[in-house]
Design a protein around this ligand. Structure first.
Ligand code: BTN
Length: 324
């Protein structure tokens, strides 16, 4: 019922109606006015700011930032078929894997307000600020995809996020291979793909996405202050977390269904257009040694192809690269 009330208040706001009376809510949902009041209290306890004006009704003040069920409404084939909001969790990727074990549907999206042990690539921690960022994971069961194609889900997700960010904020994101979302060279987000396999078949994939949406300079931890940014800092105005999450879910759904029906090549072409690593001299670790070379292309499985000064061709499948 809380989700239905949130949805109703958001719908009203989207239609330019500021306040919805308790009587209207009660009538539309077939509950009493006192039940409406109790549910509004519960919604407030979940982080929503609801203004109540006698004689006028209720208004959601922070509707742009709300990720509560009912606030997120998408019509998709797979991604978001079930949506779960978690006020706090260790890591949405870890929670996704627990839910896969317990049995959950494909397309489940888990969004957390706060992660106590958010994880980045290469075992690094991922910091996220409650109420200002997006931290969520998507569960996929790409049964028809061979294990060797699993890494392609990272570039696929990166392209999907870029399209959604552009649509909601107007910002152009560049991609640093393999998963960094950059604006003017600074990191605004990242993707952590974790997959499980049986024999040579992909059993599940968890796509974890973290985006710095409305961080101000003071919110960015000292350790990454010189390398990180947020969408709002780059756009010079707040960006709606709710609309961004919805658009990413829609975009991811469309790229994923395209991938499953054999459309990987066009997604790779889009990734190559957005990947700022290509054409640059880069440094990287190769079999424990520091090497460098020119990043020349991305293979169909998402690997980075590098040509060294001596003309050797190397295929990087994991790790970090640094532009020289
Ligand atoms: C990176 O750039 O290193 C990847 C960052 C991925 C962070 C997201 S936040 C949601 C999901 N849960 C996690 O613990 N990590 C990913």
């Amino acid at each position: 019922m809380q989700a239905r009330i949130v949805a109703l208040l958001i719908q009203a706001k989207d239609q330019g109606i500021d306040y919805v009376s308790g009587g209207d809510i009660a009538r539309q949902l077939g509950i009493s006015r006192s039940a409406v009041w109790k549910y509004i209290e519960a919604i407030r306890n979940n982080g929503a700011v609801v203004d109540a004006v006698p004689g006028k009704g209720y208004q959601l003040v922070n509707s742009d930032d709300l990720l509560l069920p009912g606030a997120i409404n998408v019509k998709t084939d797979v991604v978001g078929c079930e949506y779960v909001y978690l006020p706090e969790v260790d890591s949405t990727n870890s929670e996704a894997k627990r839910r896969i074990q317990a049995g959950c549907p494909e397309g489940l999206v888990l969004a957390a307000e706060n992660q106590t042990q958010g994880r980045g690539r290469m075992g690094r921690p991922w910091y996220s600020v409650a109420g200002k960022n997006l931290a969520f994971s998507v569960v996929l069961f790409p049964s028809g995809i061979p294990l060797s194609r699993a890494p392609f889900l990272t570039p696929l997700s990166a392209v999907a996020v870029c399209r959604a960010v552009k649509k909601v904020s107007g910002l152009s994101i560049e991609l640093k291979w393999p998963n960094d979302l950059l604006i003017a060279g600074l990191k605004a987000g990242g993707i952590l793909l974790e997959a499980g396999a049986e024999m040579d078949r992909l059993r599940y994939a968890v796509i974890g996405i973290g985006i710095n949406v409305n961080l101000s300079h003071g919110d960015i931890p000292e350790a990454v202050a010189r390398t990180a940014t947020s969408l709002s800092l780059a756009a010079g105005k707040p960006v709606s977390r709710r609309r961004l999450l919805e658009e990413i879910m829609i975009s991811l759904d469309s790229y994923y269904t395209k991938f499953c029906s054999g459309g990987a090549q066009s997604i790779l072409t889009e990734y190559v257009e957005l990947c700022s690593t290509l054409g640059k001299e880069i440094a990287f670790l190769w079999q424990g040694q520091r090497r460098s070379g020119r990043a020349v292309s991305v293979a169909p499985d998402g690997a980075l192809i590098v040509i060294t000064k001596s003309g050797e061709m190397l295929t990087l499948r994991a790790g970090d690269v640094h532009c020289l």
